[in-house]
Design a protein around this ligand. Structure first.
Ligand SMILES: *Cc1c(COP(=O)(O)O)cnc(C)c1O
Length: 434
């Protein structure tokens, strides 16, 4: 073999701690506010829907938070994930840049989301919770939580946006295979769902409606809590195993990245790869360029504004200081379902405000062009979400070519696209528009 292409770690290299970016922020984040009183939320406010151990973690100032052994044992089913060098893509682009990707698609659910789902199921189990309830759009989060609940012996109920439930049924099948109870939302199972159906019996549903149903189910049921798959601090925290492993693997490769790239929906996979690198940047190791990539049609950072806003459409969540398009913004039906969120994680928003990271947006057709270029050079079929990152990687690699400059690029390939082939069909048939 001519050169090293794959940088694998062993089970003993699974990180022992999550890295809490909050501990190193040069300026503290504005606190979430109670929607009624407009005062900072209290532990009691939050424990209506989350167990206390998770709320404590959400607010924790501790830099390194130990990963429980039971969680690391489950991580070992797919972690550490591989880091690969995309030499065939480099060749296809005729670029002097070196391109590395951290591949999170090897988890049982096919994305980074189980990194947090497993941790959340563990803490709920510890707290004596019997059942978790959540919402899901296209099903990536729902399937990750279904898997995690199965592994810890918890019941799982998922409100899945009705149009995905009927049109993209395979992640529903995954959830049911892992034993979750899946309702198309709006459903007859909640008062809120019934109200929506009374107005429009054909309602296709939305993430906002599904969140409202999940929260209603949670507060009305015994021994039941709610789980969220992105946005919040504890979710970003759990994802930092990605960035920590990538630092070790880049050392193995004997290279230091110049640019680090990830896609952003709610911000968790990006925070996961970026936070440990931001820590190094703050420590003066190197002035990495760290880029968050969002869809042009739902660009909260590059087109939204930084202010307090609700996390959901029904205005029931705390107000969070974040880049937002407004809680009533209805994102267009782009194929990257995981990136259709009106806001951005307060943590990622704060890093952007402080100038520690950059943001760009990518239109859907360029994203699929990049996805197909990647699949035809590297073989792997990426999910539409990380294909946003790939489009930005290609831009950087082309810039390096034009400047005749060696550049080292690292990106997070946070999921595979094998359950998104209908989107590829649409692109290949020329039916995708911006
Ligand atoms: C859910 C999802 C996203 C978007 O969520 P983030 O919290 O921004 O990471 C991106 N990619 C994949 C594969 C997803 O499943």
């Amino acid at each position: 073999m001519s050169q090293a292409l794959r940088f694998a770690l062993g089970q003993k290299d699974i990180p022992t701690h999550w890295y809490n970016m909050l501990a190193d922020l040069p300026e503290p984040m504005p606190p979430p506010l109670h929607p009624g009183t407009k005062q900072p939320v209290t532990l009691q406010d939050m424990t209506a829907i989350f167990p206390e151990n998770i709320v404590m973690q959400e607010m924790s100032p501790e830099r390194n938070i130990e990963i429980p052994e039971e969680v690391r044992d489950i991580y070992a089913l797919w972690r550490p994930t591989p880091l690969l060098r995309a030499v065939r893509l480099e060749k296809a682009l005729n670029t002097p840049a070196h391109i590395y990707y951290k591949y999170e698609g090897v988890s049982p659910a096919g994305s980074h989301k189980p990194n947090s789902a497993v941790a959340q199921a563990y803490y709920n189990k510890q707290a004596g919770v019997k059942r978790l309830v959540t919402e899901t759009g296209a099903g990536q989060w729902g399937s990750s939580l279904a898997l995690a609940c199965r592994l810890f012996g918890l019941e799982c109920t998922v409100y899945m946006v009705r149009i995905s439930f009927t049109q993209k049924p395979y992640r529903k099948s995954l959830m049911q295979t892992w034993g979750a109870n899946v309702f198309p939302s709006p459903s007859e199972h909640t008062e809120f769902g019934k109200r929506v159906l009374a107005q429009d019996s054909e309602s296709p549903g939305s993430l906002g409606i599904a969140i409202s149903e999940a929260i209603e189910d949670c507060v009305k049921s015994k021994n039941t809590k709610y789980a969220l798959g992105s946005v919040l601090n504890h979710v970003c925290l759990h994802q930092t195993v990605i960035g920590q492993e990538s630092i070790k693997q880049m050392e193995q490769a004997g290279e230091e990245p110049d640019v680090i790239i990830g896609c952003v929906g709610g911000g968790s996979n990006f925070a996961g790869i970026a936070s440990p690198w931001v820590q190094r940047k703050l420590a003066g190791k190197k002035n990495y360029k760290i880029v968050a990539v969002e869809p042009t049609s739902c660009a909260s950072m590059t087109k939204g504004e930084l202010r307090y806003d609700f996390g959901d459409t029904a205005m029931t969540t705390p107000l969070m200081m974040m880049y937002t398009l407004g809680h009533d913004f209805i994102p267009p039906k782009i194929h990257a379902g995981g990136l259709r969120y009106h806001g951005m994680s307060p943590l990622v928003s704060h890093l952007y405000k402080l100038g520690l990271i950059d943001a760009v947006n990518m239109p859907q057709t360029r994203v699929f062009e990049a996805a197909v270029t990647f699949a035809r050079s590297e073989g792997l079929v990426p999910a539409p979400e990380p294909s946003h990152a790939i489009a930005a990687v290609i831009d950087e690699a082309v810039k390096a070519r034009e400047a005749g400059q060696k550049k080292v690029i690292l990106f997070n390939l946070c999921g595979h696209g094998l359950l998104d082939l209908s989107s590829y069909d649409a692109y290949l048939a020329g039916k995708l528009t911006d």
